[in-house]
Design a protein around this ligand. Structure first.
Ligand code: RUQ
Ligand code: CUA
Length: 668
């Protein structure tokens, strides 16, 4: 039954939020310092030269990237560029990586990344890959954790707002993506107020266990709600996937109010083994849909882009038993499955309780057909028949829950700005700790898996205000590390983050650190523009295209004097770093270019494109301080007017050098 939530109730929630924030934003004092126990510093201290216990991968949110931190120190180890160009290393600017950012909308240099997800084996993070979603132009990326590099990006068609993504099944057979915004499927020109008739949601299952071969296995056509988050079942619930939805009102305007009417929205419980059977049985309809699949070839380290043209679309009406709706109070955001796979916990943004569904009861309710209604071919189960329990008076604005593997759950509360610890089974609140301020996601290492490593919960907060030295109107967002080894949670550390860390994942460093690639073997570099030794460099012209092959090694480029290029040519500098040593990088930039530098890792070839616009002599140099004579690592390229008789020249060898000076002296 749906009834209108009285306006005063919404106002009360908003007012409580304001009070919570006002309290939380009070100046530092007793309250905060008393939260820090005396040994906090020693608990996060990692001595110089020592390593952190965990790698933590925090999403960069509207930076589009991933930030890698060590825990417990909070040291920023690296940024991994994924969905946005990254001038720091030329990602998305150099010719090799540009295809990764291609979509059916063209080249997209930015996106909004939300949820890093580690690949799993038997429901436990395994450190092979990290997946992350793009929210605005729905995509999923795979990052290889032997190199900390984006290797593959697949676009999700029939979707708008790839938010419930890229959560994994227990062996990473699939990662998922659900549409946040329902849209016409296929998207077409209709009146916006025909929403109820024409707008649909989709749930996509993407095959993920073969690098370079991600593909849309199938999509499920759903009612036009907003799908928000998801998590796979595990153990007894293995084979199921749970997605939250809100806006079951199907409002198309002023959602703040219009999508907050219904007393309950739904969690969609999807039996994806059933989906596989229906697809095999020919129940899915092929539907035209264009999307790109981009991936990096290992040998050339160059990305390719391939266009796909159709998906398999499953309508729940054609595949009975595929999806059930679990009524869930109220506008649920997070949905999290406990390590045993029995409990499905929802974070109802506007709910006054934390509702927990039971997988055992869900199975029984399906067997007994305890249905309330049918929504477009999807049976709605009765709330009381599937509910395991409710955590009473937990706080305001529950969002996300993680688990410690010891029978406790930790839920973030945005409005009351706190982490609340409660016990699975008894549903009693056992502890709470304030966060500064307005927490979104929280993360326990392995805390959404079958075997949490526990130890810490990381709160990722939306508002920073007075926590750090002020930096103008905008402050970096803030993460807070909390010790969960004892009965009482203890705040250990604050550290600033990059962009907006929506979600994060962490894994013991021991599962990743010894698998690191230290350099690329030159003998395995199959890039057709490779230069293997100094004498192999050169310059060639084909019409208006000029290719320059050069090496970089401490502390020079070869060739380093180039002539014969003309205004308006398309010049490609293909620079191979022929070092075969860990962490010896070279950079490349040329005066007058219109892109970012190249950063070239040892053993790889990277290409910078340039169309010179005026005659002159332009220096290029190494941008990465690589050696004592780094400042000597430079060269010149001469640009002549279009049609000039200046000969192509590259001083790669003694002979070429001699030719060059002979030419200078006017000797032929
Ligand atoms: S969420 S707004 Cu993961 Cu709580 Cu994106
Ligand atoms: Cu190479 Cu500096």
């Amino acid at each position: 039954m749906n009834f209108k939530i009285p306006r005063f109730a919404l106002l009360a929630v908003a007012a409580a939020g304001a009070i919570g924030l006002a309290y939380a934003c009070a100046p530092r004092g007793q309250r905060q310092s008393s939260l820090i126990s005396g040994d906090a510093a020693s608990k996060v201290y990692v001595a110089p030269g020592a390593y952190d216990e965990f790698y933590a991968f925090l999403s960069g949110g509207y930076s589009g990237q991933i930030a890698v931190y060590g825990l417990p120190s909070g040291r920023l180890l690296r940024q991994i560029p994924v969905f946005s160009q990254f001038p720091e290393d030329g990602y998305g600017y150099n010719e090799e990586t540009k295809p990764l950012l291609q979509t059916t909308y063209g080249f997209v240099p930015w996106d909004d990344s939300h949820h890093p997800e580690l690949s799993q084996t038997n429901g436990v993070p395994d450190g092979r890959w990290l997946f992350i979603n793009a929210n605005n132009t729905p995509r999923i990326a795979r990052i290889d954790l032997t190199r900390f590099e984006t290797d593959e990006i697949i676009q999700i068609p029939n979707s708008a707002g790839g938010h419930a993504s890229p959560f994994t099944t227990p062996n990473s057979k699939y990662v998922v993506s659900a549409t946040r915004f329902s849209v016409p499927v296929p998207n077409t020109d209709v009146a916006i107020d025909s929403y109820k008739k024409n707008f649909k949601g989709t749930l996509s299952f993407i095959t993920a266990d073969q690098p370079g071969k991600m593909d849309i296995a199938f999509q499920i056509l759903m009612p036009g709600y907003n799908y928000d988050l998801g998590h796979a079942g595990k153990g007894p619930s293995d084979g199921w996937f749970f997605f939250t939805s809100y806006n079951s009102e199907e409002a198309n305007t002023k959602l703040e109010e219009n999508a907050s009417q219904a007393d309950k929205d739904y969690i969609a419980a999807v039996d994806y083994k059933r989906a596989e059977a229906c697809v095999l049985g020919g129940k899915a309809k092929p539907q035209a849909a264009e999307y790109l699949h981009n991936w990096v070839d290992e040998g050339t380290r160059t990305a390719k882009s391939e266009k796909k043209t159709s998906v398999k679309m499953l309508d729940p009406r054609d595949c009975p038993g595929l999806v059930y709706y679990l009524p869930t109070p109220k506008s649920p955001h997070g949905v999290d499955v406990d390590p045993t796979g029995e409990y499905i916990v929802a974070g109802g943004k506007l709910a006054t309780v934390i509702p927990v569904h039971s997988f055992t009861k869900l199975k029984k309710a399906i067997a007994d057909k305890v249905f309330d209604a049918d929504l477009q071919g999807i049976p709605v189960l009765k709330y009381d028949a599937v509910m395991a329990g409710e955590v009473q008076k937990p706080g305001l604005g529950p969002l996300h829950t993680e688990f410690d593997g010891k029978g406790y759950a930790y839920t973030s509360f945005f409005i009351s700005s706190e982490v609340v610890k409660w016990k699975l089974g008894t549903w009693e609140v056992v502890d709470r700790i304030p966060t500064y301020y307005s927490i979104g996601h929280l993360m326990i290492p392995g805390g959404d898996s079958k075997q949490p490593w526990g130890k810490y919960v990381l709160a990722m907060n939306k508002i920073t205000k007075d926590r750090y030295l002020p930096t103008g109107p905008e402050m970096a967002q803030s993460a807070q590390l909390i010790d969960i080894t004892g009965d009482k949670m203890k705040l250990l550390l604050d550290f600033p983050t990059i962009g907006e860390p929506h979600y994060a994942q962490a894994i013991p460093a021991s599962l990743i650190k010894d698998k690191q690639v230290k350099f690329f073997k030159l003998t395995e570099n199959t890039n057709s523009w490779i230069t293997k030794s100094e004498s192999d460099g050169g310059i060639t012209r084909n019409g208006k295209r000029v290719d320059i092959k050069m090496i970089a090694i401490r502390s020079h480029f070869a060739p380093d004097n180039l002539e014969g290029v003309q205004v308006g040519d398309s010049v490609f500098f293909h620079v191979t770093n022929i070092e075969q040593d860990w962490d010896i990088l070279h950079g490349f930039a040329v005066l007058g270019m219109n892109t970012s530098e190249l950063i070239i890792q040892p053993g790889e070839t990277r290409t910078l494109a340039w169309v010179p616009k005026a005659p002159g002599v332009f220096p290029f140099y190494c941008t990465d301080f690589c050696s004592a004579l780094h400042q000597e690592m430079q060269g010149y390229i001469r640009v002549s007017p279009a049609g000039s008789a200046t000969k192509l020249m590259a001083n790669v060898s003694k002979k070429a050098q001699a030719q060059l000076s002979n030419a200078r002296a006017g000797v032929r």
